[in-house]
Design a protein around this ligand. Sequence first.
Ligand code: FIX
Ligand code: ZN
Length: 437
Amino acid sequence: MIRVMDNPAAADDLLTDTNTLRQQVDRIVASTPVIDMHTHVFPPEFGSICLFGIDDLLNYHYLIAETFRSTNISYAGFWKLSKTERADLIWKTLFVENTPLSEAGRGIVSVLDAFGLDARAPNLKEARAFFKSRKLPDHLDRVLEIARVSEIVMTNDPFHESEGHTWKNGGFRNARFHASLRLDTLLNDWPDAARTLAHQGLPVNAGFGGNTASELRRFLDNWISIMQPLYLAVSLPADFKFPNDDARDRLIREVVLPAAKEHGLALTLMVGARRGVNPALRAAGDGVGKADVTALERLCAENPEVRFLATFLSRENQHELCVAARKFSNLMPFGCWWFLNNPSIVSEITRERFELLGPSFIPQHSDARVLEQLVYKWAHARQQIADALSDSYEQLLKSGRAVARAEIERDVTRMFSGNFRGWVGLKTVGARIEAVS
Ligand code: FIX
Ligand code: ZN
């Protein structure tokens, strides 16, 4: 029985009819702006790493891996081709000679459809002409509008030379983009990072001699002041351990955590990638491994003043991540990462999170690398989130509590932007977006 008087919403506002309820949830989830809190998308100021258009879309590493399953070309032969030739081959293999049943294949179809392009075209002539005709700044606006993405977080590694030029020349101006300071080179490739820094004149060495730790702190402080990141981030291998007797442990304890504390920055951990399982596939050659969630628990327990954002790549780790988040209020689970970003798994993980965490998590990030991927990744994720949320509200209704439209809006806004804003201290003042310390 629904006890109207006990609810804050007026009786008329309560959605007691399941069809109406589902329609409202679909509409609200489809239209609520989202902050995309982890991407590899860059604004035009970043030059060649700002990827867009059909050739970049088809050269996505997800599709490259799939192409090798349906053609006999050698790895060497494939990499010898130009970007345009590779796109032609991928189109022919996955979209003309086969049906694009995979999530990444369907993604291309959704993008073409959103722009009124023929997803059954025999070649890329029409799509290339269309994307060539677009003016990048207008196109960027349009993509964000279709995807209902209000703000985007980039991945910015201070060791990547491709970005250095932009940062040295005053950075970027687009207020919808934010930086995140990526620590992969530093934490996962320490001997190389130490060599590079020493080469740049920093008195550091791989054996942590002298003032290595304090010099690295200065290095991070400097990049934090240049990039103004919303958080520090690292992807970690499936065998990541904490505590551990290795350089990464020292770097985390002596450099990264103190920097996070001093600057009030959250630390994002993306755990479970197994890099270079098949190096011949380059970026498409990474795999997945089940990780040890107790490492994250130890980090959260030892550093209650640090806010952690965490995602795991293995499906097997998802339940443990939810349980860990119930134990540590400084832990925010986010996203269905990479090989998990398939409708069936997004549905499963989102439902599990509702059941264990209510609305206190961030359901998805796109991980887009190419601008227009935002269109399909968000459209597809929103469908799964809406279905899972509708089912949760319907179960609540059956148990005796109806929801009102305003409550659905509150919940979706919290999950699509509020949880992240609160976690990283990002506020919106009218159209002006600013980070607060
Ligand atoms: O480490 C990461 O941020 C990963 O998301 C990428 O490296 C990966 O290649 C990817 O694109 C996954 O979606
Ligand atoms: Zn990523």
